[in-house]
Design a protein around this ligand. Sequence first.
Ligand code: HEM
Length: 313
Amino acid sequence: MSELAVLAQPGVLSNPTSHVEYLTFCLKADSDCADDIGDALGDLGGIEKSINQKDLDANLSVSIGFSAHAWPILFPTQPVPMELHTFPEMRNGDRLFPSTAGDIFVMIKSERMDLNFQAAKYIRGAFLEFAELTEDIQGYKYLDNRDMIDFVDGTENPKGDERTEAVLVNNDIELHQGGSYLHVQRYVDRQGLWDQQTTIYQEQVVGRTKMDNIELSDDVKPAWAHNAKSKVEIDGEEIKMLRQNRPYGNAMEHGTMFVGFAATPSVIETSMGQMITADENGHYDRLLDFVEAKTGCLFFMPSQAFLDQFDDE
Ligand code: HEM
C-alpha cells in the first residue's frame, strides 16, 4: 500500500459492500457544535470497533465527511481543505442537478444490513446534541453489481495505485493529505419509462451491452451515451474517479446513490457539467431522461489521521 493510501479512511478506497447505509446530517443552529464534535468523533471509533467485533467477516467500515458550511463551525482552528466548496446547482434545458442541504455525511459499509442499522442508530445518538439526521438511505448490492436500470455499474473504476492517485488529496497542507472529495447525488429512476425502451436503445444510452457488460465500440457508441458524456479527459488523458454507487429503494420508488470520490472536486463537477449540458448538436447524457437527481452535496472526507486526533481511548 502506498504512503498516501495508509493515511486514508479505509472505506474511501475499498470496494462497495453488499449493504451500505448513507446518513446525512444537518447541524443544529443553536448548539455548541465545535465542543460536541470532538466527543462524537471519539465515540465513532468505539461504535465501529464494537459492532465490527460481532462479525469480523462482515467487514464493517464507517467513513465520514464534512461540507464547506460545516467545516469552519465544527473545526474553527483547523484550515478548511483547499478546494472544499458548496456543491453548485447545475441546470440545462429541463435537466437539474440540485444543491441540497447536508453538513455531515456518514457511509457505513458491510456485508450485513443489520450491523449497518445498529451502527447508524448509535451514530445518530452520538450526534444528537448538535446535528439532526435528515436522510438515511439503505443501499444494497443488486444482482451482479447492477443499478436498478439493470446495467452493471462500477466496471471502469480505477484499481490499486491508480485508484489511490485518482481519489486521495496530495497537494494540500499535511493535515489534509490522504483526504478525499466526495460528491453525493441521490437519483430516482423513471423505471416505467426505462422499461418501455428497447434493449438496443438502453445499451446505447449506457454505452455498454446489457447482459454481458461489454463497452460498445466507438463506431456504434452514440455521442450522448452515458459513458461518453461522463468521461473526463484533459489533453487526451483520461482523469478517473472512484464511484461507490449502490441502488436503493423498493418497488414503489428506487434509484441510485451516486457516491463519487476524487482527489479534486473539479473532476466530478466537470463530468456532471458534460452530462447535463447539451452540446452544439443538442447532445446531453441521455441517461438523464430516465433518472432524476433529488439531492446534491460535496463533502471532504478527511484522512484517518485527522479523525484519530479525537480518539479518546
Ligand atoms: C443514476 C445515476 C447513474 C447511474 C445509474 C450510472 C450508471 C453507470 C453505468 C451502468 C456505467 C457503466 C459501467 C461502469 O463503468 O461503471 C457508468 C459509467 C460511468 N459513470 Fe455513471 N451512473 C450514474 C451517474 C453518474 C454520475 C452523476 C457521474 C459523474 C458525475 C457518473 C460517472 C460515470 C463514469 C466516469 C463512468 C465510466 C465511464 C467510462 O470511462 O467508461 N455516473 N455509470
